[in-house]
Structure formats: C-alpha cells, structure tokens
Design a protein around this ligand. Sequence first.
Ligand code: AMP
Ligand code: GLY
Length: 429
Amino acid sequence: MGVLLIGAGGREHALAYALSRSQMAGDIYCTPGNGGIAEYAKCIDLDASDHQELIKFCWENNVGLVVVGPEQPLVEGIVESLEAEGIKTFGPTKKAAQLEASKSFTKEFCTKYKIPTASYQVFAKGDDFEGYLKDCALPVVIKADGLAAGKGVTIAQSHEEALDAVRACFDGRFGSAGGKVVIEDCLVGEEASFFAICDGEYAMELPTAQDHKRAFEGDEGPNTGGMGAYSPAPVMTDVLRKQVMDEIIMPTLKGMKADGAPYKGVLYAGLMITDKGPQLIEYNVRFGDPECQVLMARLRSDIAPVLMASSDGMLDRMVHRFDDRAAITVVMAAKGYPGNYESGSEIKGLEEAASDPDIMIFHAGTRRDEEGRIFATGGRVLNITALGKTVGEARDKAYAAIDKIDWPEGFYRKDIGWRAIEREKGMDK
Ligand code: AMP
Ligand code: GLY
C-alpha cells in the first residue's frame, strides 16, 4: 500500500521517518516535501487544495492512506473529498476541524460540555468591546477567531494594548480570521502539549510533550512556532494525565459526536497547568511541530495501522509502544526568525552530526540539490533530535550533534528542556 503524506516541515519529516519503519506502508510519497523528507519519500508537487488532483494521484499510485500534516488542508475538507472516493485519510473532517479553525466555536463548545478553559466573551464588529475591556483584569488575552498563522493572539498588559489588538482584528490585520474576536482571562501556570489519536469515539493517549514557543533563551522574545520540544514532560504527572483525559479529551469526543461531527485524527490540546488543574488553552487538529518530532523519535510500534484505525473507527483494538527513553529536539532557525531572515545558505556536517544512532536530524525548511548538498529554505530549518535516558542526557547528545553542524547563518536556543531538566535534578535529590 502506498502512503501519501501532505506537508513540508519537520513534523512531516518525522512522520515520513515513522512511516519508513512501517511494515504496512509501501511506497511513500510526500507533497511538497523537503530536502530531508526526500531521503524516505518521493517528493512530488501536487496542489493539496485540488482534491481531484490528489484523488487521481492516489488511484494511479496505489495510495491507500493519506496522512495530512498541517491544519489548512483539513479545514478545507480534504478528508471528506478523499474518503468519498474510498481513500483512507488521517485527520478530522472540515466540520470537526473547526476545533482549530474557530476559537469562538471551541470556546462555546467548552461551555456547552463543561470543559475547563479560561472565561471569555466573543465579540463581532460593532459590539461594545470597549465597555467589556474597561472593567476586565489585566493582563487580558485577545484572540482573532480564525487561523492566523500563530500570530492572532495578544496578551495585553494594558487596556490600550487590548483595545489596539481588538481594533487591529476588526480592521483586517488577519483578514477574515479577525471577523470575530475572543477576549479571555489570562491563565497562569505551566504550558504542556497533550496528544490523543482519536477515531470518533475512542482516544489513544500519546506520551506527554512540551515545547518552547519563545525565540530566545529563558523563554524570552517573540512567539515562534516552537524552538524545541521534549518528551516526556515531567509536569504531566499520572494524576494530571488522567484528569486531562477525563475532563477534556473524552468530553470533547462525546460532545463532537453528539453534535454530528465525530472527531477523528490527532487531537492536540494546548494546556495550562494551573493551580486549579489543567485548563484548555486551545485545540489543534494536527500534530504539534516540533512536538511530533520527539514523539516519532520515541515511537517503536508501526504507525500506519494506528492511523488507518483512526479513520476506520477501530482504534480500541490497537496498541502502541514508545521507547522508555526521553527525546529532545532543538530547532535550528535562520538568523532573524521569526522576523526577516535570509534563505539559501548551505548547511554542512549533517551526516557526521547524525552518525550516532540516537540522533535524528529532521529537516523543517531545506532543499537538497542534485549533488546532495543541503540549503536552508525557511525560518525553522533543522530539528536536531536525540534520545537519552533522561531529558538531560538527550539534551547533551543533541547539543553535541549541533556542534558538528557547520551553518553560520543559523541560530538555536541553548536551554531547550530546562524545566524538565530542573525537575529531573529535583527528583535525584
Ligand atoms: P494560541 O495561538 O492559541 O496557541 O496561543 C498562543 C500562546 O498564547 C499560547 O501558547 C499561550 O502561551 C498563550 N495564551 C493563549 N491563551 C492564553 C490564556 N488564556 N492565558 C495565558 N496564555 C495564553
Ligand atoms: N508547537 C506548537 C504548534 O505546533 O502549534
């Protein structure tokens, strides 16, 4: 059976790596792919928005499973189109993908099904948001309703900043994504990422993970897609994990089914661990990037049957196995990211850096030329991923690998995993 993977980042490279180890998956194709994915998959140029083109490709190439990395194709209804032609596709339908595509949908859903989340109010243009903001506590969180490439959230420290953020949404800074605005309380605590593969009814919990969203050391600087991640996340104790399953994930599956949009695919809950317990910050309908990289580095069982079972509604018959060791991934980005950066510089030393079997280098934004040379093509460029007995040991291996990479145009954070490593030190005492 052929598998078609959709996407171009480090997340998709990690999925391609997992699929390449599958007994069930035969030929692997990826559109558009990147310089690293090309090692495991045949990279082709298809238009993911053109469902007829995808269907034709799947038929001609014996593709029996399509794995969608990013949210956009899901929100555009790729799952319905392909499944209508009998092509199994991992991910939620357009209706179920609203959990990521509309923050007001998710907030209202949480209220209806009593899922713990920050208190909020939704506003449309012309509503009296000024009156609401005048009395609200600071900081306050302003969110554009729709998909805004990770830039739609402002944590406003003053009423003026909050007013400006709401007006910017209504003035079109995020296009139609800012047509509605969610204003919500600011939660205090530690963030964690929680992943469950779902089949409409049943949820298979994956190991815990955490990412670092800020660009610079000490979790300072602008927000990014993620500068590193690790798994497990020691903040997620067994008690908390059970609470998240019982209070957040399972009520979501039940509610989505009751509302006629059963949720299939991977459900990614962004959580804040507050002193009142875990609260949902947001849902994503895809794997996190770079969290996927550490999960796939730890995965030992075959991924393809699990992805198929998610689509088939047979996940309760599946088991998965993960390496007991910890994994970490350090993102190497082009200098300037998440602002302006240069593209096209050559990266050397990758083969030597990846010579240790516990090191996996996933490419997030690269191109491979005919001679096999690798060039940077994006903001986030490489994910240096390592396994180790502890997060601390994995971290040391990842940074030792980075030392072998020759790419003066790149930068990376030197403190990935610091929270987990501090906890590990605390446990040793
Ligand atoms: P999002 O785009 O929803 O992932 O939000 C981006 C980031 O904003 C999150 O990862 C959090 O760090 C932060 N954030 C969003 N909502 C809240 C909230 N209600 N309280 C505190 N931080 C938040
Ligand atoms: N790592 C955060 C995200 O994938 O949205």
